[in-house]
Write a protein that binds this ligand. Sequence first.
Ligand code: T3D
Length: 304
Amino acid sequence: MHPGADPGSSPGAGDAPSGADPVLLVSQEGAVRVLTLNRPQALNAFTTPMLGQLRHALDDAAADTTVRAVLVTGAGRAFCAGQDLNDPYIKPEFEELPPGSSSTGTLAGQPETHRRAKPKDIGHLLDHYYIPLALRLRSMPVPTVCAVNGVAAGAGANIALGCDIVIAGRSASFIQAFSRIGLVPDCGGTWLLTRLVGRARALQLTLLGDKLPAEQAQQWGLIARCVADEELPAAAMALAQQLAGMPTRALVQTRAALDEAMDLELEDALRLEARLQSQMGFAHDYLEGTAAFLDKRKPNFKDR
Ligand code: T3D
């Protein structure tokens, strides 16, 4: 697929051949849309078709008014190992040079040959797949939960951290794997990590590329919760169902206000809160929430 093509619209490397397991599973439990990354043989590493499908599935969830929360998780022993390094979009390619040319691009462990790397702008993958995906996730009109069921590396870690509430199994871990292969963090890692854990820890994670176990990730404030592996599916679903029963529009505006407040002076943050509170005050869910409290009954929230 070429940059600019509609992501997810045509098959490509890593896509499921017809009859094979789909690379993304989509299901619904009540008002919770569940999206499961499904390439367990490659630790759910992202291929371009998979990235396109994930984005389309988020678009569908956003457009479907029966959906009031989204739960993202992975099949098998990993959440996601980041970009599939075999994907032709980013895999380095070399061309042989005629004898006598100056040799470039020889890789360690390979015989000395005359070859050079073919120029390839791997940043296109970010422009056409990861940036739209990360922005889609952050602007979902419903709350998002990520159940990290195993290792989350590279873009896989940052897609997880881009969700509103991240809950991980005890055996899960987070790896900013980019520096290990000569890349810089992407998929929002620079923005998210500095906000979540501060500059010192963000630098430690991204420069060293070491594995951060889920328990430590929780202690650092990188994720919200860490539970026993066997409790993860039920705990993540309970969380998503709880969010789905809450006043969706107020939750989503809260996310937006928290993100914006990071870059605001106190007075501007106070004024933003007042503006949003005015809007919420006219909405159904505020009237319902206060009426239910006063009537001592369970509220029935509807706004999205
Ligand atoms: O500009 C751009 O567009 C670039 C965008 C980049 C975004 C990124 O995400 S860059 C970072 C890419 N990810 C990585 O570098 C992580 C690579 N994987 C690993 O380091 C390790 O697999 C893990 C630490 C995640 C897990 O290790 P372990 O020992 O539990 O599993 P394993 O044996 O390494 O992997 C199991 C299989 O999954 C294995 O295949 P095999 O040998 O059984 O056939 C392995 O090759 C495959 N796999 C794991 N990660 C990837 C992968 N295959 C393709 N791409 C992967 N990223």
